[in-house]
Design a protein around this ligand. Sequence first.
Ligand code: HEM
Length: 264
Amino acid sequence: MSSTYGGDAPLSYNKYLKVQELIRLQETLSDPESHDELLFIVIHQTYELWFKQILHELDACIGWMNEGRLFRANHSLRGVNSIERILVTQIHILESMAPIGFLEFRDKLNPASGFQSMQFRELEFSSGAKDEKILESFREDEFAYTRLKARFDSPSLADAFWALVGRSGLAVGSYQERMDSTVEMLAKPEAYAELYNMQDLLIEHDELIIAWRYNHIQMVERMLGMKRGTGGSEGVGYLTTTLKKKFFPELWEARTHLTVEDIG
Ligand code: HEM
């Protein structure tokens, strides 16, 4: 793809950000072009750019956690959560598309689906929700498979967090121990200040992804009712089962067991 930004002209906004290339990347499939297809492509590409930024932060965060740099890691997690708050609400833009406008081009997308979003799966795997079946579903896509396999085999954000909690002297060997250690942190926020802040940011990351899933499901039902997905799933029925996914189940369950007696 060749582009000109004024020959040897000094750096400009358009040249730095490759705007010519960027606005050529929205290739509609409908013919004659269906009006809403551009919105559909733009919103998905926007999500993918934010996923890229989130993965960049998560990778750095895991590195900082391994180095024991809690303040720096928490700063990045705050950045991740800020982006995710936008992702949760951004899905509503699609609801400005009339269901009939979507049906005009939906058949052209078959069998492509958000189910195959490599970067969303990377986000899940690197946060702590690894799924071998999902990894295998990318077998034919070498580029995606290689990236996902690397994340599948590497320690996740959850692994890095529990290792950090372990190094602080709390027990993390089993699920029960991780939960008990969380109760201890929740009971004594000031004694575990940075770790306490970290578990708060991590549970928020989990919560925001669940909120995204929920808003996506509502939008899908508003658009499609109970029709099957282009990816071949039952659609809303399948998506509802994903609401149970959690990156840090111990953090959630510890809240059930926390009592004032734990203050000690
Ligand atoms: C009109 C718009 C949309 C419709 C009708 C729709 C519909 C669906 C359906 C039915 C599924 C289930 C899999 C399947 O059988 O295809 C799905 C999965 C998914 N979609 Fe969407 N979607 C839309 C927009 C988006 C957007 C904007 C994103 C942003 C990235 C997105 C991301 C995903 C992801 C990540 C999954 C996999 C969820 C999981 O398995 O946990 N979708 N979508």
